[in-house]
Design a protein. Sequence first.
Length: 202
Amino acid sequence: MCSSDLNVYVIPHGARAVVAEDVPDVREAKRHAGYEGKKVVLCIGWWEPNKRFEDVVTIWPDILEKAKNAVLIIAGDARPGSPSGLYYKPKLLKAIRESPVWDQIRVITGAFTPKEYDSILNLADLVVVPYDRALQSGNLAHAFALGKPAVVTAVEGLKAEVEASQAGATVPLGSLEDLKAALLLLLRNNELRALFSQRALE
């Protein structure tokens, strides 16, 4: 829990309990979904402009030059009734469609049940939370609950959660080069990724 000068307290977003038997083994889940042998980077959640998932799409060709077995999954949808989400959805899909590596980007669209959400999250080797503003993130909390390392932008509550857990990396907002470097570091360093995964579960 952290406080500001105004004595306003922010309690970090919690994750609901995940029952181990409800989530398949990661290797089996990847095999079943067609990602066997791949390093999966995941962006998940409601599609809103502040999520900036398009930043990951932009750098994905450079990522693949040095991590050829990587695949990007973008999962979620515009929140029903959200004008900003409905505005952002076609922009995000256009960025994916026009990417030179569009065939290495998978889109899973939907408003997921808890079990579906956990099954998608379980595919990830690491989760990216590139938001430009966020006091907290339920997606980050759930990623940590399943032992998923994260790369987040150094904004508000995201930075605080990663620094407290030591289960990921933070990058400056707006720096695609730093975002790229952090993703490549974790994709290529199995030991560091395993260490962050263990810390996420603690």
